[in-house]
Design a protein around this ligand. Structure first.
Ligand code: DHB
Length: 310
């Protein structure tokens, strides 16, 4: 059995799989269930300051090769999130990453100030949702100056309140130059990154009605089809910016997770795989990683991080 433990931003994870944001992640009971199913860590669904209504149904399309969703980031607001987080922290079976989202920079800061009062591990700044553009304009993750400003302000607020909490930024694949955005966030004091958020948005059409299938018309693409892009962008950011990375995008098997780590990820976000393989996809993925390590004489997963020969 290989040693699956990894350290990310100074926090120890029992294995590199973490629940990706937006999947099964709204209640303490659900997070605990995911940890019992083998996840090394949890990312919450993105938390807004006030209640935020999502998009109407249908919000999700699933196919064998990809999923597409426009849930619209529904959330009950920061007070409700705080009570669920406090419940989880009573036992805290694995590190907790709290994803936050806002329409404007000062809203991100207001939420971060609330969340930083709790003994959580990491704040993930979701500046890359592709589905709220009509409400708030271009995602900050697509504009270097915006990404820099929001990162600097959230980091300053969190550092003041609770310096033990790391601030990572969720990057978008939907930009010409992800390395430029990552560098801007690094200059602004980011402690790490999670990438990639969903691709697109994309469009799927019902042939009978000739209407878009999703109520929002377009949605963010995830699942197996986006994995090669995620692996490439993780490697690009890994080579250019020396900060820790959560690699996510289409990881479904242990082999996928190993590939993401070889590209440079320390942790691996798992989202769509919950649909493809069930909630125990976490333990399935770690078992498969273990088997590969045994066959290949790898004693600790830390040996393979960033080991791609390119
Ligand atoms: C949604 C949010 C995301 O960050 C994403 O990548 C896709 C969908 C949403 O809630 O609509």
């Amino acid at each position: 059995m290989a040693d699956l433990k990894v350290k990310f931003c100074g926090k120890e994870f029992s294995n590199p799989t973490v629940l990706a944001s937006g999947v099964l992640g709204v209640t303490a009971a659900s997070w605990k269930n995911v940890v019992s199913s083998g996840a090394g860590g949890i990312t919450t669904k993105s938390v807004w300051f006030n209640e935020h209504k999502g998009h109407p149904n249908p919000t999700i399309i699933t196919t064998p090769s990809y999923m597409m969703n426009a849930v619209g980031l529904p959330d009950a607001g920061v007070e409700k999130a705080k009570s669920e987080i406090n419940e989880y922290l009573k036992a805290k079976p694995a590190p907790l990453i709290v994803s936050i989202v806002g329409g404007r920079t000062d809203e991100f800061v207001k939420i971060a100030e609330q969340i930083a009062q709790l003994d959580i591990d990491i704040i993930e700044v979701n500046i890359s949702c592709p589905n709220v553009e009509s409400e708030f304009g271009k995602p900050f993750a697509c504009v270097a100056d915006d990404a820099k400003t929001v990162t600097a302000k959230v980091k300053a607020a969190v550092k003041k309140l609770n310096p033990n909490i790391s601030v990572i930024v969720k990057l978008s694949p939907n930009t010409e130059d992800i390395v430029k955005i990552a560098n801007s966030c690094a200059q602004a004091g980011a402690d790490g990154f999670c990438l990639i958020n969903t691709l697109g948005p994309g469009l799927a059409i019902n042939l009978e009605t000739r209407m878009p299938i999703l109520a929002n018309k377009v949605g963010g693409i995830s699942g197996p089809a986006i994995k090669p892009l995620a692996v490439k962008l993780v490697n690009d950011v890994f080579r250019a910016v020396k900060l820790p990375i959560i690699g996510t995008g289409g990881v479904t098997t242990g082999e996928d997770a190993l590939e993401m780590m070889m590209a440079g990820a320390i942790l691996v976000g798992v989202g769509s795989a919950v649909y493809y393989r069930g909630i125990d996809c976490f333990s399935k993925i770690t078992n498969e990683m273990n088997e590969w390590c045994d066959k290949n004489g790898v004693k600790s997963l830390t040996e393979i991080i960033g080991s791609v020969k390119r």
